[in-house]
Design a protein around this ligand. Sequence first.
Ligand code: ATP
Ligand code: MG
Ligand code: MG
Length: 291
Amino acid sequence: QSPLGSFLTGIKPRATFIQLAGHKGDFVSGQGGVIYKKSSQLEKAALEELMSDTLKHSVPLYFKPVMLRDEDNNPVEYLELQDLLCLFDDPSVMDVKMGVRTFQEVEVSKTKRRMDLLGKMVKLDPDEPSEEEKRVGITKARYMIFRERLSSTNTLGLRVEAIKRCGEKPRNDFQKVKDEDEVRKLLELYMPEDPALRRIVLRGILDKMTLLREKLTESAFFKYHELIGSSLLFIYDSTGAVGIWMIDFGKTSKTDSPLKHDVRWTMGTREDGYLIGFDNLARMLRSLSGA
Ligand code: ATP
Ligand code: MG
Ligand code: MG
């Protein structure tokens, strides 16, 4: 329950909204199938453009910006979005963060060598820094890339952020899940146990992945946007209803030249490796037993 909820006069928070990731205060649940997410320039611009793109129905519908008041009565802009969970009955939800990196180029453009980041690196793995790095420190880029090699982000182009199975609490302690086998186990964990339901859900997920893959290739938005830290949100329920949506455009930005999305990133290319992750995810889902 968001701390801002009680400040919305006339809007009763719905009990059913489940937030798997992100800062708690950034979301407010609304009535009539909408939620409010704290606005940012990048996400607002992306959602506006998405509403007239071929990907419109692969993302939560974006209705309008609204001003809400925070605890100190200051106006704060939120984005009114379709609550995707509304379409389901006690849903099981999985958030998969896409791409081979989750930081923007500007976040790591500084070439300054830092001893504090060296310290953090040594704490995680004392054998990682070279002798030279131990003397002069490491750049932010070096640290961030090292961090992402601890999870499957760097190698597979995706990482499972969180899973909530129906009737259970959300889990998000997967930061060090790196190998394909471990990722596959998490996908398995998300699936229903009942064999009949499992077949229906898996079939539904694979069909939706194929459709979404086609839409991504057709999308003008996708061609000219770098998607960083964006997720695929998987939802199913016991009726066998299934949905996959692209969410979280807080670090998604427009590019001047088209991106390939299926090549690895080097500084300056702005490539995100989104399709590397997408194709790996589709392949791993196909390999689950019963598929
Ligand atoms: P972060 O950047 O840390 O990933 P964030 O604050 O940008 O988080 P999101 O990733 O957009 O937030 O959303 C966080 C969680 O809220 C998602 O994992 C999902 O569980 C839920 N969520 C987000 N948007 C919707 C939506 N439109 N409908 C239903 N649930 C949503
Ligand atoms: Mg997110
Ligand atoms: Mg985000």
